[in-house]
Ligand binder design. Structure first.
Ligand code: PGA
Length: 256
């Protein structure tokens, strides 16, 4: 497949693994990666392992990121981390607005634009996650929800910054459930996102921005998902925790 954009395969470890398993996993991934010219691979680790994981990844094209950040540089925000802190321990990217942050921890839409802006200002590559719940989909509100999340998440982004920004479409009902979205649902959501970016930020931005799919991605379904025209990569939760399942996803072209 002739791709305009470099495929981006990302693992979201969430609150999983322990230090030694995290280090074993990153060493194995690093050992199997090529020069990084044909794909971008990154892992989003628990913040306490960032320094160790990024030390192992150093010298390789592997990206290492945090799972969240606060938009302020410092202050009385117990439990939070600033972009500068993430950079200091070796992160080069960060997830923003993951559905678990939005739904389990009630982070509102209007925080996301500030977080994306802060990430860009701190020289971190943001991955803005958006997606509808099952209830929203069943009430035909998917398009409206995605547009609302795009509107707030990209409220302070310039067209020229879309090379450094990634969007992950992750239907909430597909995350960790084993129920992957259909090719039609994925194609429709990704086309809507690219069109929205084109309308708001211009044609070049729509061509350069990468849009990942996330939600129950496995070695068995990755090739089909990656074949969809507007899918530039995948954000993988459960299957990113073991080499047996993550490596075949990284090497998705070789799947039957
Ligand atoms: P999953 O998680 O692959 O376990 O469904 C995806 C995500 O939350 O990013």
């Amino acid at each position: 497949m002739n791709r305009v954009r470099k495929p981006y395969i990302a693992g979201n470890w969430k609150m999983n693994l322990d230090r030694s398993r995290a280090l074993d996993l990153i060493k194995t991934i690093k050992g199997r990666l090529g020069d990084g010219n044909d794909r971008e691979v990154a892992v989003f680790t628990p913040a306490v392992y960032l320094a160790d994981v990024s030390a192992v990844a150093q010298g390789s094209p592997l990206g290492v990121g945090g799972q969240n950040l606060h938009w302020e540089q410092q202050g009385a925000f117990t439990g939070e981390l600033s972009g500068k802190m993430l950079r200091e321990v070796g992160a080069d990217r960060v997830l923003i607005g993951h559905s678990e942050r939005r739904h389990l921890f009630h982070e509102p839409d209007d925080w996301m634009g500030r977080k994306v802006r802060t990430a860009l200002d701190c020289d971190l590559l943001p991955v803005l996650c958006i997606g509808e719940t099952l209830d929203e989909r069943s009430h035909n509100r998917t398009d409206r929800i995605l547009k609302k999340q795009l509107e707030s998440g990209l409220s302070a982004v310039q067209a020229t910054e879309t090379r450094r920004l990634t969007i992950a479409y992750e239907p909430v009902w597909a995350i960790g459930t084993g129920e992957v979205a259909t090719p039609e649902q994925i194609a429709a959501a990704h086309a809507l996102i690219r069109k929205w970016v084109g309308t708001k930020l211009g044609g070049d931005a729509a061509v350069t921005i990468r849009i990942l799919y996330g939600g129950s991605v496995t070695p068995d379904n990755v090739k089909g998902i990656m074949a969809s025209p507007d899918v530039d990569g995948v954000l993988v939760g459960g299957a990113s925790l073991k080499p047996d399942t993550f490596l075949p996803i990284i090497e998705f072209e070789t799947r039957a």
